[in-house]
Design a protein around this ligand. Structure first.
Ligand SMILES: C[S@@+](CC[C@H](N)C(=O)[O-])C[C@H]1O[C@@H](n2cnc3c(N)ncnc32)[C@H](O)[C@@H]1O
Length: 376
């Protein structure tokens, strides 16, 4: 390993330790044994503000920059556009990444796998997280499923080169992996809007499911569930992570600026405007719970004369939207009165004592799921 990589790796470990990110005893040693750079592909992707696109960084051409990206505190994008965009061309959508070290550790702490637990990971990606799982529970207890054949091939060889032999399989993780079930733990590293019924069937009673959850195109949340004997999973929100969605649940792309440009001249101006002054990120989460499928975008926070920044809510079909511009009032457009819906959702959040993200409970059955504020 080059001195640079060694140095960056050590610095990242120390800063995570200082920040208290190693929540479980085993996490630091596993993190130290599994080298992130052994799983990072030779081409990674970074957001380029100037071109408003993802640009590639090749290890061979920029080894120093590549190494810094691999050992940065954020997530590392390892694939864009399902692999259709080649290096050197602008990428539109990240489709695989090694999650930020903080998110990886937080999810593993929530999962809390024990030695010998049978674990299913959905979203092998680079294989990095699967290696951490192998360190904790033992290779033969880990099954990891990836939907993208090219990613799967690379991950399989990287895992072997690093000395790990989990069961790496190609498939749609929304269906779990029945032939290795039942599992004691299931961790998804791609987010879901609806927890798949197959997961409830394949995790044993008493077992744990940890998955990022997105109520709308912009929403976020990490949920922890324990399977009950009755086939119902119950748990709570344990974090605010944002992850890319599983392929089968990707929201249809919506160009919000285009929706506004095409319709704002026909929008209705509203004089009595809901007050969102106290809506912090916890309130935003509550709004997404109450308004599933309605994207919430905040603009210009703290800028100019608008102390609360502007808000834009849009239904995922793009047909209805509401805009609150602070001093300038509000506008709405389309068949749904999203301003009224937002006002109701904010009132609900206040009536419940402004619950924080961690105050929400989650119940999932095969028929559906509910996210609700728990009593504090
Ligand atoms: C955030 S990345 C995973 C990171 C990975 N655990 C790692 O350590 O590199 C999410 C991954 O989920 C995969 N994915 C998306 N939908 C899936 C599905 N239905 N089944 C299995 N994998 C899926 C994506 O191809 C992507 O590689």
């Amino acid at each position: 390993m080059s001195a640079d990589l060694q140095d960056l790796r050590q610095r990242l470990t120390e800063s995570l330790a200082r920040a208290g990110e190693f929540q479980k005893d085993w996490q630091r040693s596993a993190f130290e044994r599994v080298a992130r750079h052994a799983f990072a592909p030779d081409t990674v992707w970074v957001w380029d503000e100037a071109s408003s696109a993802w640009g590639s960084v090749a290890r061979a051409e920029e080894p120093g920059r590549w190494a810094e990206l691999v050992y940065a505190a954020g997530s590392l994008v390892t694939q864009v556009d399902d692999g259709r965009t080649p290096p050197g061309k602008p990428g539109r959508e990240p489709t695989s990444s090694i999650s930020s070290p903080g998110a990886v550790l937080n999810m593993l702490a929530a999962l809390d796998p024990q030695l010998g637990d049978r674990v299913l990971e959905v979203g092998t990606g680079s294989g990095y997280n699967a290696a951490l799982l192998c360190e904790r529970v033992g290779d033969r207890f880990v099954t990891t499923v990836e939907i993208d054949p090219a990613l799967l091939r690379t991950a399989t060889s990287r895992l072997r080169e690093a000395g790990y032999r989990p069961h790496v399989v190609l498939g749609d993780g929304e269906e779990g992996w029945p032939s290795s079930a039942p599992f004691d733990r299931l961790i998804s590293t791609a987010s879901v809007r609806h927890v798949p019924a197959a997961w409830l069937e394949q995790v044993r009673p008493g077992g744990v499911i940890v998955t990022p959850w997105f109520p709308n195109a912009h929403g976020r949340g990490l949920i922890w569930l324990r399977m009950g004997e009755d086939g119902t999973a119950r748990g709570r929100v344990v974090g605010g992570e944002t992850f890319m969605p599983v392929r089968g649940q990707r929201p249809a792309p919506l160009d919000v600026a285009e929706v506004w440009a095409a319709t704002h001249e026909r929008a209705e101006r509203v004089v009595i405007v809901p007050d969102l002054g106290d809506v912090d990120p916890h309130g935003e989460f509550a709004l997404s719970v109450r308004l599933p499928g309605v994207g919430c975008y905040r603009q210009g926070q703290g800028q100019g004369q608008d102390p609360h920044g502007g808000w834009f809510f849009v239904s995922e079909d793009g047909a209805s939207w509401a805009q609150l511009t602070g001093g300038a009032g509000a506008y709405r457009h389309g068949p749904r009165d999203l301003l009224a819906e937002v006002a109701d959702a904010v009132a609900w959040w206040r009536d419940h004592g402004r619950p924080r993200l961690h105050d929400f409970g989650v119940t999932v059955t095969k028929e559906g799921q509910e996210v609700w504020p728990r009593a504090r």
